[in-house]
Design a protein around this ligand. Structure first.
Ligand code: SAM
Length: 211
């Protein structure tokens, strides 16, 4: 099969698994996942699997990327999204096709460098990346209409909830590292913060900066 056919087969799989947002499916179809992984695993890029990206980290499973993107867009169309855990840059690239601007933070210098370069090479200019501890957020650009954590934490970091605009939502894989986790959507409303459990997931842990 050619890469295009593998890509089309992946989109069919995502549809079968319940992803119905056509804009999200189109963004995934147009994002060359094989460019976000090493040559050693590129032949598996269009399987619906998480893959290693080095430094004990992973590029998320396409279904989870699609599900999270769809869940973030469901309650309206955010113009600005903050992502915590740039990793390979793949989720940022998918979001970049759907929103005006993406801010993304990564704590591992090599992944930050590689993903920033990759996004530039692919001509994706509406993603701003930063090296640092994402649990502190990116206060200079706040508030955000949407925040997506792609690393697991027992609870949303307080700083991130504070950087959410009114009507904004935050998605987080909630739970202890390497144990059953739940994807949870928080929303800031006039009445306070609401919480909604969406999906069982398994993510690498969010590692806050020591000290
Ligand atoms: N979204 C990524 C992609 O599309 O490839 C996958 C992210 S991977 C599952 C989780 C990422 O979160 C890793 O790259 C990890 O280094 C990063 N991470 C963990 N703790 C972090 C923190 N406190 N701040 C920023 N990034 C963090």
């Amino acid at each position: 099969m050619t890469a295009a056919r593998h890509q089309a087969a992946l989109i069919e799989r995502l549809r079968e698994k319940g992803i119905g947002n056509e804009a999200v499916l189109q963004a995934i179809l147009e994002t060359p996942r094989h460019r976000f992984v090493s040559d050693a695993v590129a032949r598996h890029a269009y399987r619906d699997d998480a893959l290693p990206i080095g430094y004990d980290q992973t590029i998320s499973q396409p279904y989870v990327v699609a599900f999270m993107t769809q869940a973030l867009l469901e309650a309206g169309s955010p113009r600005i999204v903050l992502e915590i855990g740039t990793g390979s840059g793949y989720q940022s690239a998918v979001l970049a096709k759907l929103v005006k601007r993406v801010y993304s933070i990564e704590r591992i210098p090599q992944l930050h460098r590689q993903s920033s370069q990759r996004l530039r090479e692919l001509g994706i200019h509406n993603v701003s990346t930063r090296l640092g501890d994402g649990s502190q957020g990116w206060p200079e650009r706040a508030p955000y209409e949407a925040i997506m954590l792609t690393a697991a934490s027992p609870a949303p970091p307080e700083a991130l909830l504070e950087q959410l605009s009114e009507g904004g939502r935050l998605l987080i894989p909630e739970g202890a590292p390497h144990e059953a986790q739940t994807l949870v959507r928080y929303a800031r409303t006039v009445g306070g913060i609401t919480r909604e459990e969406l999906l069982d997931v398994l993510f690498v842990p969010l590692v806050p900066q020591a000290g």
